[in-house]
Unconditional design. Structure first.
Length: 133
């Protein structure tokens, strides 16, 4: 049965519940749903809060369940050395994904969404102030 909510929101809710069941609700994340390849859709993003090997394995396990693919290639976790480059890579097909999904391909944990909103509001206020001068 298809979910009534958009795919990115469904994935985020499912991941949140999987992490909660594994006592890992402190894990923050954002990701972009991207069309591609023979596997249909896949995710690119960032996860924060894996402080030890156990939490990393919990996140890997939750992501494998979310993917529906237990293959060892289903989940890749690694250090992000160039945050802007990674963000650009993750969003490289965002417009195409937006057309396919008929909505935003971007989602994140609640704390990430709150912080993104704060940053947007600050930026928007500064822009309005500059335009008034």
């Amino acid at each position: 049965k298809a979910s009534p909510q958009p795919l990115p929101s469904y994935c985020q809710d499912r991941l949140r519940k999987l992490l909660q069941r594994r006592d890992a609700s402190h894990i923050e994340n954002w990701f972009v749903v991207e069309p591609g390849g023979s596997n249909g859709m896949h995710l690119h993003g960032a996860i924060s809060g894996c402080k030890d090997e156990r939490s990393t394995e919990v996140v890997k396990s939750a992501l494998k369940v979310l993917s529906g693919n237990d293959d060892h290639t289903a989940v890749h976790l690694g250090q992000i050395d160039n945050t802007f480059g990674w963000a650009a890579y993750c969003s490289k097909h965002a417009r195409f994904a937006q057309l396919i999904l008929k909505g935003t391909p971007l989602t994140g944990s609640r704390s990430v969404q709150r912080r993104a909103r704060q940053l947007y509001d600050e930026f928007h206020r500064e822009c309005r102030t500059l335009l008034k001068t």
